[in-house]
Write a protein that binds this ligand. Structure first.
Ligand SMILES: [Zn+2]
Length: 279
Protein backbone atom coordinates (compact mmCIF):
# COMPACT_ATOMS: atom_id res chain seq x y z
CA UNK A 1 0.00 0.00 0.00
CA UNK A 2 1.15 3.52 -0.78
CA UNK A 3 2.02 5.68 2.18
CA UNK A 4 0.21 9.02 2.17
CA UNK A 5 2.15 12.20 2.75
CA UNK A 6 1.08 15.71 3.66
CA UNK A 7 3.22 18.78 3.01
CA UNK A 8 2.13 22.22 4.20
CA UNK A 9 2.93 24.96 1.69
CA UNK A 10 1.47 27.96 3.45
CA UNK A 11 -0.26 28.27 6.81
CA UNK A 12 -1.97 31.46 7.99
CA UNK A 13 -4.42 32.13 10.82
CA UNK A 14 -7.40 31.53 8.54
CA UNK A 15 -6.06 29.71 5.49
CA UNK A 16 -3.99 26.67 4.67
CA UNK A 17 -2.45 25.34 1.47
CA UNK A 18 -1.09 21.83 1.48
CA UNK A 19 -0.19 18.92 -0.78
CA UNK A 20 -1.62 15.45 -0.25
CA UNK A 21 0.62 12.86 -1.92
CA UNK A 22 0.22 9.16 -2.73
CA UNK A 23 -3.53 9.34 -2.35
CA UNK A 24 -6.51 8.96 -4.69
CA UNK A 25 -9.52 11.09 -5.73
CA UNK A 26 -12.08 9.29 -3.54
CA UNK A 27 -10.06 9.94 -0.39
CA UNK A 28 -9.24 13.55 -1.29
CA UNK A 29 -12.93 14.16 -1.91
CA UNK A 30 -13.99 12.51 1.35
CA UNK A 31 -11.55 14.77 3.18
CA UNK A 32 -12.86 17.85 1.36
CA UNK A 33 -16.48 16.99 2.11
CA UNK A 34 -15.60 16.24 5.73
CA UNK A 35 -14.05 19.68 6.17
CA UNK A 36 -17.14 21.36 4.71
CA UNK A 37 -19.95 19.27 6.14
CA UNK A 38 -18.81 17.28 9.19
CA UNK A 39 -16.51 19.37 11.38
CA UNK A 40 -18.62 20.84 14.21
CA UNK A 41 -18.53 24.53 15.10
CA UNK A 42 -20.60 26.90 17.22
CA UNK A 43 -23.43 29.02 15.82
CA UNK A 44 -26.41 30.76 17.38
CA UNK A 45 -29.48 28.53 17.20
CA UNK A 46 -32.03 29.90 19.71
CA UNK A 47 -32.90 33.55 20.28
CA UNK A 48 -35.29 34.89 22.89
CA UNK A 49 -36.52 38.39 22.07
CA UNK A 50 -37.31 40.55 25.07
CA UNK A 51 -37.82 43.66 22.98
CA UNK A 52 -37.54 44.42 19.24
CA UNK A 53 -39.14 47.42 17.58
CA UNK A 54 -36.50 47.65 14.83
CA UNK A 55 -37.47 47.40 11.16
CA UNK A 56 -36.40 43.75 11.11
CA UNK A 57 -38.71 40.94 12.10
CA UNK A 58 -37.56 38.72 14.97
CA UNK A 59 -37.05 35.81 12.53
CA UNK A 60 -34.78 37.79 10.22
CA UNK A 61 -32.76 39.16 13.09
CA UNK A 62 -32.39 35.63 14.51
CA UNK A 63 -31.28 34.37 11.10
CA UNK A 64 -28.66 37.11 10.84
CA UNK A 65 -27.38 36.27 14.31
CA UNK A 66 -27.14 32.60 13.32
CA UNK A 67 -24.86 33.45 10.40
CA UNK A 68 -22.25 35.24 12.55
CA UNK A 69 -19.19 32.95 12.74
CA UNK A 70 -18.23 32.25 16.36
CA UNK A 71 -14.81 31.32 17.71
CA UNK A 72 -15.25 27.71 18.71
CA UNK A 73 -13.53 25.94 21.59
CA UNK A 74 -14.14 22.38 20.39
CA UNK A 75 -12.63 20.85 23.53
CA UNK A 76 -14.90 22.79 25.88
CA UNK A 77 -18.31 21.87 24.45
CA UNK A 78 -20.19 18.68 23.57
CA UNK A 79 -22.87 18.49 20.85
CA UNK A 80 -26.28 19.08 22.43
CA UNK A 81 -27.65 15.71 21.27
CA UNK A 82 -24.80 14.00 23.19
CA UNK A 83 -25.19 16.18 26.30
CA UNK A 84 -26.81 14.67 29.40
CA UNK A 85 -28.76 17.86 30.20
CA UNK A 86 -31.51 16.98 27.65
CA UNK A 87 -32.73 20.56 27.94
CA UNK A 88 -34.22 22.62 25.11
CA UNK A 89 -31.88 25.55 25.71
CA UNK A 90 -28.92 23.43 26.79
CA UNK A 91 -26.48 23.79 29.69
CA UNK A 92 -22.97 25.17 30.17
CA UNK A 93 -21.48 22.00 28.64
CA UNK A 94 -23.33 22.25 25.34
CA UNK A 95 -24.38 25.90 25.01
CA UNK A 96 -22.77 29.33 25.04
CA UNK A 97 -25.11 32.23 25.76
CA UNK A 98 -25.08 35.86 24.68
CA UNK A 99 -27.04 38.99 25.44
CA UNK A 100 -27.55 41.93 23.13
CA UNK A 101 -28.91 45.27 24.26
CA UNK A 102 -28.90 48.25 21.95
CA UNK A 103 -30.98 51.41 21.75
CA UNK A 104 -30.82 54.43 19.47
CA UNK A 105 -31.63 57.66 21.30
CA UNK A 106 -30.76 60.81 19.35
CA UNK A 107 -29.29 59.40 16.10
CA UNK A 108 -29.35 56.29 13.92
CA UNK A 109 -26.94 53.60 15.05
CA UNK A 110 -25.69 50.31 13.62
CA UNK A 111 -25.62 47.29 15.89
CA UNK A 112 -22.48 45.22 15.28
CA UNK A 113 -21.38 41.74 16.28
CA UNK A 114 -19.23 43.43 18.97
CA UNK A 115 -22.51 44.32 20.75
CA UNK A 116 -23.16 40.63 21.26
CA UNK A 117 -21.91 40.08 24.80
CA UNK A 118 -20.96 36.52 25.70
CA UNK A 119 -21.18 35.01 29.16
CA UNK A 120 -18.17 32.81 28.33
CA UNK A 121 -15.12 33.23 26.11
CA UNK A 122 -17.06 32.40 22.95
CA UNK A 123 -17.17 35.47 20.72
CA UNK A 124 -17.79 36.46 17.14
CA UNK A 125 -14.74 35.99 14.89
CA UNK A 126 -15.10 39.63 13.81
CA UNK A 127 -16.38 42.65 15.74
CA UNK A 128 -17.45 44.44 12.60
CA UNK A 129 -20.36 42.37 11.29
CA UNK A 130 -23.44 44.62 11.02
CA UNK A 131 -26.59 43.08 12.49
CA UNK A 132 -29.26 45.81 12.25
CA UNK A 133 -29.64 49.59 12.04
CA UNK A 134 -31.71 51.34 14.68
CA UNK A 135 -33.41 54.71 14.20
CA UNK A 136 -34.01 57.01 17.22
CA UNK A 137 -36.53 55.38 19.53
CA UNK A 138 -35.81 51.85 18.33
CA UNK A 139 -34.49 49.21 20.66
CA UNK A 140 -33.38 45.57 20.61
CA UNK A 141 -33.02 43.41 23.67
CA UNK A 142 -32.43 39.68 23.28
CA UNK A 143 -30.77 36.55 24.60
CA UNK A 144 -29.06 34.22 22.15
CA UNK A 145 -27.89 30.63 22.60
CA UNK A 146 -25.29 28.94 20.44
CA UNK A 147 -24.59 25.25 20.10
CA UNK A 148 -22.35 22.96 18.08
CA UNK A 149 -23.65 21.84 14.72
CA UNK A 150 -22.40 20.63 11.34
CA UNK A 151 -22.40 22.14 7.88
CA UNK A 152 -24.51 19.22 6.63
CA UNK A 153 -27.31 20.51 8.88
CA UNK A 154 -27.08 24.22 7.98
CA UNK A 155 -24.44 26.37 6.28
CA UNK A 156 -24.08 28.50 9.45
CA UNK A 157 -22.26 25.54 11.03
CA UNK A 158 -19.75 25.23 8.20
CA UNK A 159 -16.23 25.40 9.64
CA UNK A 160 -14.50 25.98 6.31
CA UNK A 161 -15.67 28.65 3.93
CA UNK A 162 -13.45 27.07 1.27
CA UNK A 163 -12.19 23.50 1.04
CA UNK A 164 -11.09 22.69 -2.49
CA UNK A 165 -8.40 20.73 -4.30
CA UNK A 166 -7.04 20.22 -7.75
CA UNK A 167 -4.68 17.69 -9.24
CA UNK A 168 -1.05 18.54 -8.91
CA UNK A 169 -0.07 20.09 -12.25
CA UNK A 170 2.74 18.56 -14.32
CA UNK A 171 4.04 20.96 -16.95
CA UNK A 172 6.28 19.55 -19.68
CA UNK A 173 7.89 22.33 -21.68
CA UNK A 174 9.95 21.56 -24.78
CA UNK A 175 11.20 25.09 -25.42
CA UNK A 176 13.30 24.03 -28.42
CA UNK A 177 10.10 23.16 -30.32
CA UNK A 178 8.15 26.31 -29.37
CA UNK A 179 8.08 29.09 -31.94
CA UNK A 180 6.08 31.70 -29.94
CA UNK A 181 7.33 31.76 -26.33
CA UNK A 182 6.22 35.39 -25.85
CA UNK A 183 2.55 34.56 -26.58
CA UNK A 184 2.65 31.59 -24.24
CA UNK A 185 4.08 33.64 -21.36
CA UNK A 186 1.41 36.31 -21.89
CA UNK A 187 -1.60 33.99 -22.23
CA UNK A 188 -1.14 32.15 -18.91
CA UNK A 189 -3.60 33.65 -16.36
CA UNK A 190 -1.48 32.55 -13.39
CA UNK A 191 1.92 33.45 -14.92
CA UNK A 192 3.41 29.99 -14.78
CA UNK A 193 6.02 30.87 -17.44
CA UNK A 194 8.68 33.53 -17.47
CA UNK A 195 11.76 34.46 -19.45
CA UNK A 196 15.18 35.77 -18.51
CA UNK A 197 18.45 36.83 -20.13
CA UNK A 198 19.47 33.30 -21.09
CA UNK A 199 16.13 31.57 -21.68
CA UNK A 200 13.25 32.71 -23.90
CA UNK A 201 10.85 30.73 -21.73
CA UNK A 202 10.99 28.56 -18.61
CA UNK A 203 8.54 27.19 -16.03
CA UNK A 204 8.60 29.72 -13.20
CA UNK A 205 6.11 28.08 -10.86
CA UNK A 206 4.48 24.80 -11.79
CA UNK A 207 2.27 24.84 -8.67
CA UNK A 208 0.43 27.95 -9.90
CA UNK A 209 -0.86 26.09 -12.96
CA UNK A 210 -4.66 25.75 -12.89
CA UNK A 211 -4.74 23.16 -15.72
CA UNK A 212 -6.63 25.58 -18.00
CA UNK A 213 -4.60 24.49 -21.06
CA UNK A 214 -4.53 28.06 -22.46
CA UNK A 215 -0.77 27.67 -23.11
CA UNK A 216 -1.28 24.37 -24.95
CA UNK A 217 -3.80 26.02 -27.29
CA UNK A 218 -1.55 29.05 -27.80
CA UNK A 219 1.68 27.16 -28.43
CA UNK A 220 2.82 26.86 -32.06
CA UNK A 221 5.43 24.14 -32.65
CA UNK A 222 8.45 24.92 -34.83
CA UNK A 223 8.36 21.35 -36.11
CA UNK A 224 5.01 19.53 -36.32
CA UNK A 225 6.70 16.13 -36.44
CA UNK A 226 8.41 16.49 -33.06
CA UNK A 227 6.77 16.06 -29.65
CA UNK A 228 4.39 18.98 -28.83
CA UNK A 229 6.07 22.02 -27.22
CA UNK A 230 3.86 22.01 -24.13
CA UNK A 231 2.00 19.24 -22.36
CA UNK A 232 -0.08 19.76 -19.22
CA UNK A 233 -1.21 16.87 -17.09
CA UNK A 234 -2.84 16.55 -13.68
CA UNK A 235 -1.30 13.99 -11.33
CA UNK A 236 -4.21 11.92 -10.04
CA UNK A 237 -2.34 10.73 -6.96
CA UNK A 238 -1.27 14.18 -5.73
CA UNK A 239 -3.67 16.92 -4.64
CA UNK A 240 -3.17 20.59 -4.03
CA UNK A 241 -5.58 21.65 -1.29
CA UNK A 242 -6.77 25.12 -0.35
CA UNK A 243 -8.66 25.50 2.94
CA UNK A 244 -10.08 28.73 4.29
CA UNK A 245 -11.66 28.96 7.73
CA UNK A 246 -14.57 31.19 8.73
CA UNK A 247 -12.41 31.96 11.78
CA UNK A 248 -14.33 29.52 13.97
CA UNK A 249 -11.41 27.07 14.06
CA UNK A 250 -7.80 27.23 12.83
CA UNK A 251 -7.62 25.58 9.37
CA UNK A 252 -5.15 22.98 10.64
CA UNK A 253 -7.69 21.93 13.27
CA UNK A 254 -10.42 21.68 10.60
CA UNK A 255 -8.21 19.32 8.60
CA UNK A 256 -7.36 17.24 11.68
CA UNK A 257 -11.00 16.97 12.76
CA UNK A 258 -12.10 15.96 9.25
CA UNK A 259 -9.48 13.20 9.26
CA UNK A 260 -10.48 11.91 12.66
CA UNK A 261 -14.21 11.98 11.74
CA UNK A 262 -13.41 9.89 8.63
CA UNK A 263 -11.50 7.41 10.73
CA UNK A 264 -14.35 7.17 13.28
CA UNK A 265 -16.81 6.46 10.47
CA UNK A 266 -14.55 3.68 9.16
CA UNK A 267 -14.25 2.19 12.68
CA UNK A 268 -18.02 2.28 13.16
CA UNK A 269 -18.41 0.48 9.82
CA UNK A 270 -15.88 -2.19 10.86
CA UNK A 271 -17.73 -2.73 14.14
CA UNK A 272 -21.02 -3.16 12.28
CA UNK A 273 -19.51 -5.76 9.96
CA UNK A 274 -18.03 -7.66 12.92
CA UNK A 275 -21.38 -7.62 14.74
CA UNK A 276 -23.05 -8.97 11.60
CA UNK A 277 -20.58 -11.87 11.36
CA UNK A 278 -21.20 -12.97 14.96
CA UNK A 279 -24.94 -13.38 14.48
ZN1 LIG B 1 -26.22 20.36 27.91
Amino acid sequence: MRVMEVEFLEEKADSLRFILRESYPAFANALRRGMLADVPVMAIEDVIFLENNSVMYDEILAHRLGLIPLKTDLDAYVPREECDCKSDLGCAKCTASFVLEAEATDRTITVYSSDLKAATETAATSDKIPIVKLAPGQKVRLEAYSRLGRGSEHAKWQAASVAAYRYMPKVTLRAENLSNPGDVIKCCPTRVYASDATRKIFVRNELDCILCNACVEQAVPSDQKKAPPIEIKGDETTFLFQVESTGALPPRRILREAGSILSKKAEAMTALVEAEQKQ
